[in-house]
Every structure is written in structure tokens, then in C-alpha cells.
Design a protein around this ligand. Structure first.
Ligand code: NAD
Length: 275
């Protein structure tokens, strides 16, 4: 049975600790023909997490792996990176994944179009990348429902509302954009040409056919998303509420194990789940 040696990048972050717990918890569990094992944990130079035992830092048993700021040393002998960090970091890691033919699971959100193109180029150059704005199973299903509802209710107004904790740095969330893409796919339109990201002041009436976004920030909300389809006499509200980050971490670990058996390329959670 092949052992998948996983490096968790952003190990000191909210998702980093969830990813350490998920990979450590998979020890001995075979998925997609492989067994995951934590190989290294990395954070940025100066992070309070550097030097700490990854397991203890993540609130589980000691794993004997100190969190490091030396990414190149961490990648020696590694098979996969699970990366929930920041866009520029994910682009740099994708290049390293391409050079070494690694699996690279990217949960980082807020990438620009140029950064997404650099990640796609890394996948063409040899990396096995799974990138998703949301790694939970429930969200894959919700996106599927949104696509169908948007197609069936072609003249209903679509609005996407999201709320996250007060430390989130990008807006709208990667998940809100993923749901917007699903709605746009159902309508056979390009999201970028039809999305309304902000409304302020005298905006005039709503433009038919647009997909609106609204962003709320506060407290420690892990991630709430609602897609509203509003018609003349009825309104449909499709909602997902994350209650624990393990839903993302388990999905990311599963994606890493799945990608280990795939050729180089850029994949999504829809591919991982075979939907
Ligand atoms: P966070 O700020 O708690 O964690 C990010 C971590 O990355 C920090 O510890 C930071 O020090 C570290 N980091 C920064 N530069 C680095 C570098 N050069 N090398 C290694 N580590 C570095 O943020 P978070 O809440 O954990 O979220 C991280 C990202 O994941 C965000 O983009 C967020 O939107 C996204 N996210 C995605 C999903 C999903 O399912 N796709 C779910 C939750 C969060």
C-alpha cells in the first residue's frame, strides 16, 4: 500500500490545524489505494507556530514533527501539499509542485485571474492540483442544486449571501464565487460578465439576468452561504452552514489521496467525488 507523505502548508492557521488533525487521523486508513501520513508542517517565517510540535499545536497527541518555515526542506521526500494559505504562497507552491511532480491541494481563496492562470500553468507543467473554494461534500451537492435551480427558474433573480468570521481577508468568499459559477453554468452565461459584487448609493433597479453578491463579516462564523432565487410571488433559499472546519480538512485529505492516482492536471472536488 503506497504511503502518501503530506506536507501541510499554513500549519499555524485556522485551517492548518484542522488539516494536521485530518491527516494525522487518517493514519492507517486506506483511501483510493493510499494511506496518508503527515510528513511535514510549514508556516511563514516569524509565525508563532514555528518550532512547535504539529500535533500538540493542533490539539492532538505529539507527532514528533516540528512546524518549520523551511518549505524546501519540508518538501524533500514529500508526495503532496495541502495548502490553505494565501494566493501568492499558493502560486509559489504550485510551481514547486510542478517541478517535483507533487499533488497540490489548494484551498486558498481570493486568487486573481492571473494567479489562477499561474496555478493552471503549474498543472500543465506536471503538478497534480485539486483546487476548490470549498472542500466540503455538502457544498459540492449544493452547487449542483444551484446549477439545476438556476436553469429551471431561468427568469428568477439570483442573489448570493455569505457570512464569515471577522478575520477573513477576501470577499466575496471563494465559496460564494463557486456558487455564482454554478448558477452561471445553469444559465449558460459567464459569471464575470453578469455579477454584481457591490451595491451602494443610487444604484437604479436591478439589472435582469445578473447574479448579485452580498458579504457579511463578524464574530467567529466559519462559513454560511445562501443562494436566493427570487421570483414574482415566491422565493427559494438554498443554504449551507459550516459548523466545523473538519468538513473542509477531511475533503482536502480525501482530494490529496485521490489526486495521487491521477495524471498531472487541474481538478476540482466534482472530479474527486466522481460526480
Ligand atoms: P489563517 O490566516 O488562519 O491561516 C493561514 C496560514 O497561512 C497562517 O498561519 C499564515 O501564517 C500561513 N502562511 C502565510 N504565508 C505562508 C507561507 N509563505 N508559507 C507557509 N504558511 C504561510 O487563514 P484560514 O482561515 O486558515 O484560511 C486560509 C485560506 O483558506 C484562506 O484563503 C481561506 O479563505 C481559505 N479557506 C478555504 C476553504 C475551502 O474549503 N476551500 C475553507 C476554509 C478556508
Amino acid at each position: 500500500m503506497a504511503d502518501l507523505k503530506v506536507v501541510v502548508a499554513g500549519a499555524g492557521g485556522r485551517m492548518g490545524v484542522a488539516n494536521i488533525r485530518a491527516v494525522a487521523g487518517l493514519k492507517g486508513v486506506a483511501l483510493h489505494g493510499a494511506v496518508a501520513r503527515l510528513h511535514a508542517a510549514v508556516d511563514r517565517p516569524g509565525s508563532a507556530a514555528i518550532g512547535q510540535d504539529a500535533g500538540l499545536f493542533a490539539g492532538i497527541e505529539a507527532l514528533g514533527i516540528a512546524i518549520t518555515d523551511d518549505i524546501d526542506a519540508a518538501l524533500v521526500g514529500a508526495d503532496a501539499i495541502i495548502d490553505f494559505t494565501a494566493p501568492a504562497v499558493s502560486v509559489a507552491l504550485a510551481r514547486k509542485a510542478a517541478a517535483q511532480g507533487l499533488v497540490h491541494v489548494i484551498g486558498t481563496t481570493g486568487c486573481s485571474a492571473e494567479q489562477d492562470e499561474e496555478i493552471a500553468a503549474a498543472a500543465r507543467a506536471g503538478a497534480r492540483i485539486v483546487k476548490s473554494g470549498n472542500f466540503s461534500m455538502g457544498m459540492v451537492v449544493l452547487a449542483n442544486l444551484v446549477e439545476k435551480a438556476a436553469a429551471a427558474l431561468a427568469d428568477y433573480d439570483i442573489e448570493i449571501l455569505e457570512m464569515h468570521h471577522n478575520q477573513k481577508v477576501d470577499a466575496p468568499s471563494g465559496t460564494a464565487l463557486l456558487l455564482g459559477e454554478a448558477a452561471a453554468k445553469g444559465r449558460d452565461i459567464v459569471l464575470q460578465d453578469h455579477s454584481v459584487r457591490v451595491r451602494d448609493g443610487h444604484t437604479g433597479p436591478r439589472q435582469p439576468g445578473t447574479i448579485g453578491f452580498a458579504t457579511l463579516r463578524g464574530g467567529n462564523v466559519i462559513g454560511d452561504h445562501m443562494v436566493i432565487l427570487a421570483g414574482q410571488s415566491e422565493r427559494i433559499e438554498l443554504t449551507h452552514r459550516a459548523q466545523d472546519r473538519t468538513i473542509y480538512a477531511n475533503g482536502a485529505a480525501r482530494a490529496a489521496l485521490w489526486a495521487a492516482a491521477q495524471p498531472a492536471g487541474l481538478y476540482s472536488m466534482v472530479d474527486v467525488l466522481g460526480l
